[in-house]
Design a binder for this molecule. Structure first.
Ligand code: DSN
Length: 416
């Protein structure tokens, strides 16, 4: 009884705390009540190995219909032929896609972590640590957040990787693929675009279009700028190879795929089909407003020459304020939640991994709670009070709570 009450009290504390915070973690979002209701259902108790209508269990008649519909819905929306909604995370989606095209020891190409790439593309992550692949780094123009097309094409032609996985957790701007597509085609290197952070923006037509730009596979998570349940997805166009991707998802990686996510994902898809354009447009405006105000207040905001940002993210170099870890910790005490981040100009070392130069701010969640450009300016002021003026975290934290009280309703969803 005591243990039961303890855990429920912790859950309540979390619910109440994060509702009173300014949440700026760029990889998070919140589900509407519709998505939440779809998530908590009998499907969370069930199994359904295999693909729709070809399962290894009975009792799957409704998940077959829903999953088949979800796969077709997301494939069509992204301009692909096929989608697989079974991966339970973006990293699992990446693992399945890479496993389909490369074997242990094979060279693959990706961006580096300071350039923004996800850990699953790396030697120390899923690619090297689990699949035994040999990732080599593509060229990256650190100052401008661009793939270096000449250097990257040379690297691809010279090393002949089995696949290139392009995408980033630090992604203030689209990653232009055109400079490397020809090189990939020339050496039969599959081009995978990991859209995790920007899946919602792409869904709404407000970022780049990976398939039109030459990607052959899209992998993603489903819960960052796309406000779905936590999970993953793969979308593809390569008829012959699609079965291989499906076999990678099951039986190679997953057994059951946590069925309750799928109806919730489809509800989020319908929600985004109706409200996603307006939501994404506001995300992009808010990110620019936050970046401009932080810049005006004296912060070293990255990407100024390109207008600071064309995504949900704002990237700030806080070296002169004690580094990303110290700044993120100080803001957390004042109920402003974001994360430290390596920046493209950081060299990886023990010291920079603990305390990198940057912080990364994502506006997608606060936008969903109805905040607009004026509120972004208020947020920048709160950040400045902690980081530049050195105001008391208790005082600022209380002001943050009062400010957040006015933004409790989730927008860009159905009222009833
Ligand atoms: N590592 C997560 C992020 O915060 O970007 C994505 O998986």
């Amino acid at each position: 009884m005591q243990e039961r009450d303890w855990i429920f009290s912790k859950i309540n504390q979390q619910n109440n705390w994060r509702k009173s915070c300014i949440n700026l973690i760029a990889s998070e979002n919140v589900n509407s009540k519709w998505v939440e209701n779809a998530y908590a259902s009998d499907f969370s108790h069930r199994y359904a190995e295999g693909v729709p209508y070809e399962r290894y269990y009975q009792g799957t008649r409704y998940i077959d219909e829903i999953e088949d519909k979800a796969n077709k819905f997301f494939a069509k929306r992204f301009g692909g032929k096929y989608a697989d909604t079974r991966p339970i995370s973006g990293a699992v989606a990446n693992m399945a896609a890479m496993r389909a095209f490369a074997a242990p020891g094979d060279v693959i190409a990706s961006l580096s972590v300071p350039a923004g790439a996800h850990s699953s593309h790396q030697r120390g992550g899923v690619a090297g640590g689990i699949l035994g692949l040999n990732p080599i780094k593509l060229g990256f123009d650190s100052k401008d957040f661009r793939i270096d097309p000449d250097l990257s094409s040379k690297i691809i032609r010279h090393t002949r990787p089995k696949l290139a996985i392009i995408g980033a957790s630090l992604i203030p701007f689209p990653l232009e693929l055109d400079g490397i597509v020809d090189a990939c085609r020339d050496v039969n290197c599959k081009l995978i675009y990991d859209s995790a952070h920007v899946f919602g923006l792409i869904f709404a037509g407000k970022f780049q279009d990976p398939f039109k730009e030459g990607a052959e596979i899209i992998t993603s998570s489903t819960h960052k700028t796309f406000p779905g349940p936590q999970g993953g997805i793969i979308i593809g166009n390569l008829e012959d190879e699609w079965r291989e991707i499906q076999r990678s998802v099951f039986p190679r990686i997953l057994s059951n795929h946590h069925l309750h996510r799928i109806p919730a994902l489809l509800v989020a898809g319908y929600e985004m089909a109706e409200f996603g354009e307006e939501y994404s447009t506001q995300i992009l405006k808010n990110a620019v407003a936050l970046a401009e105000k932080l810049n005006e207040l004296g912060f070293d905001v990255a990407g100024e020459a390109r207008g600071f940002t064309k995504s949900h993210q704002v990237v700030v170099d806080v070296n002169e304020h004690g580094g990303g870890w110290n700044v993120a910790k100080a803001l957390d005490k004042a109920n402003i939640v974001l994360n430290k981040n390596l920046l493209p100009w950081d060299k990886i070392s023990k010291a920079t991994l603990v305390n990198p130069s940057g912080i990364r701010l994502g506006v997608q969640e606060m936008t969903r709670f109805g905040m607009k450009e004026d509120e972004m300016e208020e947020i920048a002021n709160f950040i400045s009070r902690i980081v530049i003026k050195g105001d008391s975290p208790d005082v600022v934290g209380q002001d943050v709570k009062t400010f957040r009280q006015g933004f409790q309703k989730i927008h860009y969803t159905w009222d009833d």
